[in-house]
Design a protein around this ligand. Structure first.
Ligand SMILES: Cc1cc2nc3c(=O)[nH]c(=O)nc-3n(C[C@H](O)[C@H](O)[C@H](O)COP(=O)(O)O)c2cc1C
Length: 49
């Protein structure tokens, strides 16, 4: 087990790809932070506010 942890939050998967790539490069563990209540598509639509 590594002493380095890459914790990330990703809704689209973009940050997940970056975080897992970074973790692999430095030999770190990963931890995905997830919301307790999933976002709706409406929540994720950045054009609406
Ligand atoms: C509903 C919602 C609102 C967000 N608002 C902000 C914000 O105002 N400022 C910010 O820096 N990040 C905000 N974020 C986080 C980032 O925009 C983004 O979700 C995060 O960096 C992960 O990127 P990914 O989901 O494309 O992997 C928000 C995320 C969500 C889901």
């Amino acid at each position: 087990m590594s002493k380095v942890l890459v914790a990330y939050f990703s809704t689209t998967g973009t940050t997940k790809v970056a975080a897992t790539g970074l973790a692999k490069a430095v030999g770190a563990d990963t931890y995905e932070i997830a919301q307790e209540v999933p976002y709706t598509n409406d929540d994720l639509d950045r054009k609406k506010d």
